[in-house]
Write a protein of this length. Structure first.
Length: 318
């Protein structure tokens, strides 16, 4: 994948003329998926997929494009040329970009995260024994993820990692369900089996006769999966500086009315575990960690270089 990215990027840059800039983003996967129903395999397959994203800058204007990598060099080069020509024409028809951010070369990076993964050929034998005797419905995804970014000034970043996830539900005869999601980088057979056994114990509880809960106030326990869903809302135009300024963030009152969350709640953007690349689609590299909310107080927001220019702020390369 890395050689495809580099070769395609070099071809794209060779088509540029004077005063044209190009940023190339690369996203790809090489993965396995298995779909289960009633603890039986219903569908399985392998996926190899790669996409090139383009940001073309010329005449004070910005255009975007993309194309799917076919794996055939002549086909991919033709697609690359067509996208460059399309964006070159489009740049003459659109208005100037008042908050244009030009790329630069701040240095390159190369990171490949090595893990102890579950080989594709061993997945069925490793997964299915723990499911037996249950109505187990879910999907297994396992494989490598690739990210790359390069610009026409010579900067290039590469990131590669491997991960797995089995997302499932256990169902009782009365159609009550227990949700489970076991994911990570390093496969541990014992931990997987313990996790499924924990779900089985919960399923026994769900099969009990329901108890009617009267209206009132109760202390409520949120499991990890529920907390993950809650935290996912922070991606819904959450603590982005632009969204806060434009009034489309659900956390606007924390900025404008000094509303605070629980002092027990803090959250950071954290790249130190190596689960995803530190560089963004512009090739800018973030710090390892950025504290966003400290003990319920809004400490920092996510500021892209474009927002920094628009609102006269310092960027944290969100």
């Amino acid at each position: 994948m890395e050689s495809i990215f580099k070769k395609t990027s070099e071809s794209l840059f060779s088509y540029l003329i004077e005063n044209e800039f190009l940023v190339v983003s690369f996203e790809a996967e090489s993965s396995q998926f298995i779909r289960f129903n009633n603890a039986l395999i219903r569908q399985t397959g392998l996926v190899d997929d790669a996409t090139i994203g383009l940001k073309y800058i010329a005449n004070g204007r910005t255009c975007h494009g993309s194309f799917t990598i076919s794996g055939q060099e002549t086909v991919d080069i033709k697609r690359a040329k067509n996208e460059i020509e399309r964006m070159r024409f489009e740049s003459k028809e659109i208005p100037e970009d008042p908050f244009l951010v030009l790329p630069n070369n701040s240095g390159s990076s190369h990171q490949i995260k090595k893990v102890n993964s579950l080989p594709f050929n061993n997945a069925v034998d490793a997964l299915t024994p723990a499911m037996q005797g249950m109505d187990f419905v879910g999907i297994w995804v396992n494989g490598k993820m690739f990210r790359g970014n390069a610009n026409s000034l010579g900067q290039i970043h590469w990131f590669e990692t491997e991960s797995f996830c089995i997302d499932y539900s256990l169902v009782t005869p009365s159609h009550q369900m227990v949700k489970g999601c076991y994911a990570g980088n390093d496969w541990d057979q014992n931990e997987y089996e313990k996790y499924v056994d924990t779900s089985k114990n919960k399923l026994a509880i769900m099969d009990r006769k329901p108890v009617k809960v009267e209206t009132g106030e109760y202390r409520t326990w949120f499991e990890a999966a529920a907390v993950a869903d809650f935290l996912g809302m922070f991606s819904w135009n959450g603590i982005s500086e632009a969204c806060l300024r434009q009034g489309c963030s659900g956390f606007g009152r924390m900025r404008h009315e000094d509303v605070r969350l629980s002092p027990k709640f803090s959250i950071s953007e954290d790249f130190s575990q190596g689960f995803c690349p530190k560089f963004n689609s512009n090739g800018e590299v973030s710090n390892d960690s950025l504290l966003l909310i400290r003990e319920g107080n809004l400490e920092n927001t996510l500021v892209s270089s474009r927002s920094a220019k628009e609102y006269d702020l310092d960027s944290n390369y969100a």
